[in-house]
Structures are given as C-alpha cells and as structure tokens.
Design a protein around this ligand. Structure first.
Ligand SMILES: CSC[C@H]1O[C@H](OP(=O)(O)O)[C@H](O)[C@@H]1O
Ligand SMILES: Nc1ncnc2[nH]cnc12
Length: 311
C-alpha cells in the first residue's frame, strides 16, 4: 500500500482514541498519517486522519484517530504519553474526543460485551503519571465535578440506544474506577470498589479526561465490558485472553456504535457542541498565578497548547 500523506489541510474537530483491541477504525478511508511532536513529547502513535461519509448531511468529515497504547500495544497504561496525545490532538483542531476503553464490570447487570457511557470517575492512579499541563510556575485549577461532557454523552446514549436489539446493550451511566495497573486488582480491592459504588474499572481514563478538560476539549468515554474482574463467584478471574476475546467477538458492534456516534456528531445540528464552544476560553478562569509571575518554560509550553491566548 502507498504511504499516506504526512500533512492534512482541513479542520479536524473530532477524534477517536482507541484502546485495547481497537488499534484502528475499520471501514473508514485513511487519508493522512500525522507525526506530531509536542512540548510534552511524541504521542502514542501517529494520528491517522480518516474520511467519514456522514449519512445525515452527505458531507465528508475528517476524523482523527489515535491508538492509546501505540500501533503494537507497546505502551502500558502508566506509559501512555497522555499530555502529548491530548496536546497533539488539540493542535490539529480537535475539540471533541470519543475515547474507547475495554473495562472490567463491577456489577452483575453489566455483562461482558455490554457498553457503558460513564458519568463519574474515582481516581485510583498512584501519582506516577504526569496529570496536568499547568506546572513549573503556572498554576491552574479546572472544575472536574463532572468529568465527562454531558452534551456529547447525550448524543452517544441516543446512538447506542438506536442499536438496541441489534446486539448493542447500553448502560446510560456509571462510575468508572481508574486503577494504576498494569497488574489487575486483588479480590479485596475488587470488592472494595463495588462497595464504593463502582460500575466498571479500567487503567486508562485518567489522566486522559483531566488533560482533555484542561485543554478545553469535550471528552466522553465509551466503555465495553470484557470481564467481571475478580469479584464474581461463578465466573473466572480476568485475563488478557478474556479481554481480547470479548473485544474481538464484539468488534462489529463497537464499530457500528462508533460509526453511529460519528454520523451524529458530524451532523450540522451538533457543530457548536463538537467545536466545544461551551468550553472555549474557560481555562483563563482557572489560572491562579498572575501573568507577570508565570515561569518562562511553562509559558512557552502553554503558548503552544493555546496559541494566541496569553499574549
Ligand atoms: C488488556 S486488559 C487491561 C487494559 O485494557 C484497558 O485498556 P483501554 O482502556 O486502553 O481499552 C485497561 O484500561 C487496561 O489498560
Ligand atoms: N478487570 C479489569 N481491570 C482493569 N482494567 C480492565 N480492562 C478490562 N478489564 C479490566
């Protein structure tokens, strides 16, 4: 196959981040592969630009796709360069991210291969992953009470339910526990997370969702359950083989779900939402350090992320 162009001229407001078992988006035309370097290093993989023929308005829209764990799943959850990923996506115009994740289920009712659109997160990462763009002399605090974007979530839920009865089972809400890994949980931890009200568990939603919020990007995760972790008495404990088996077996449902979401988001009706106009400029209200005291290095990096914001 001929190599793809390494530049892309058009605007790309929507991105999909693929996780375990979703290293590419089948059925979309690849038109470019961008290798972007950021002040926070290189992203997990080149960003593929895909053309999607939107069924609602007959337009061709460009979608960015990034493989979270790299093209060969060579990055462990704590090694994913989340700051570079989010910064690189923002630099090409991305303002909305649909992030996909394989998760363990902490509730009987969430069966393997069911989908969940989470609305809350509990952070069980251990502080080993860089988790903010604001450091080295520039402090900011962004609201994170609702870690996902309700506007995007609403569209995602409608799309999921449009496939009810066609193999897609969707749970509208849920609390996702983000653990450090890469080892899976102990049985005691798994029971504790259930007692906390956790619905599903993964190793990936943080700091991705926090960094997207700092970058004024609307972010929603779609989870696909692949196992019952290790709390369930009559089901075998989670293994990678189990996770991959369910991802593979349910790949067509995942593809149809994502396609429906991209169709809906690309429609004219959602253009303001997808551009995240509701978040634009919000970071300015979170910065605590007066501008004359900003660290030089921090200012240089933040100017790269937000060109023209801080002149
Ligand atoms: C291979 S099982 C554990 C692995 O699966 C999930 O990956 P992702 O969220 O990228 O789909 C989980 O978060 C762990 O990283
Ligand atoms: N049980 C589990 N724990 C953490 N991450 C997961 N991803 C898929 N299943 C998982």
């Amino acid at each position: 196959m001929a190599a793809l162009p390494t530049t892309y001229e058009g605007s790309v407001p929507i991105a999909v981040i693929g996780g375990t078992g979703l290293r590419e988006l089948p059925g979309f035309t690849q038109v470019a592969s961008l290798s972007i370097s950021t002040p926070w290093g290189e992203p997990s993989s080149p960003i593929t630009i895909l053309h999607h023929h939107c069924k609602h308005n007959d337009k061709v829209v460009a979608i960015a796709f990034l493989s979270r764990h790299g093209p060969h799943h060579q990055l462990a959850p704590h090694e994913v360069p989340a700051r570079a990923n989010i910064a690189a996506l923002r630099s090409i115009g991305v303002r909305s991210i649909i992030a996909f994740s394989a998760v363990g289920s902490l509730q009987e009712a969430i069966k393997p291969r069911d989908f969940v659109v989470p609305d809350q997160v509990i952070d069980r990462t251990k502080g080993v992953r860089p988790w903010t763009f604001f450091e080295d002399g520039m402090v900011a605090h962004v609201p994170f009470a609702d870690p996902f974007d309700e506007g995007i979530a609403k569209v995602v839920r409608e799309c999921g339910h449009s496939l009810d009865g066609e193999g897609v089972v969707l749970h509208d809400r849920g609390t996702i526990i983000c653990m450090e890994g890469p080892q899976f949980s102990t049985r005691a931890e798994s029971h504790m997370y259930r007692s906390w009200g956790g619905s599903v568990i993964n190793m990936s939603v943080l700091p991705e969702a926090k960094l997207a919020r700092e970058a004024e990007i609307a972010y929603q995760m779609i989870c696909m359950s692949t196992d019952y972790d290790c709390w369930h008495e009559t089901t075998a404990d989670v293994t990678v083989e189990m996770v991959m088996g369910h991802m593979k077996a349910n790949a067509d449902n995942a593809r149809r779900f994502i396609t429906a979401v991209l169709d809906a988001l690309a429609s004219d009706e959602h253009s303001e939402l997808v551009q995240a106009k509701h978040l634009a400029g919000s970071i300015k209200f979170g910065i605590s350090t007066p501008q004359p005291h900003w660290g030089t290095e921090a200012q240089k990096k933040l100017n790269w992320l937000f060109p023209g914001y801080f002149q």
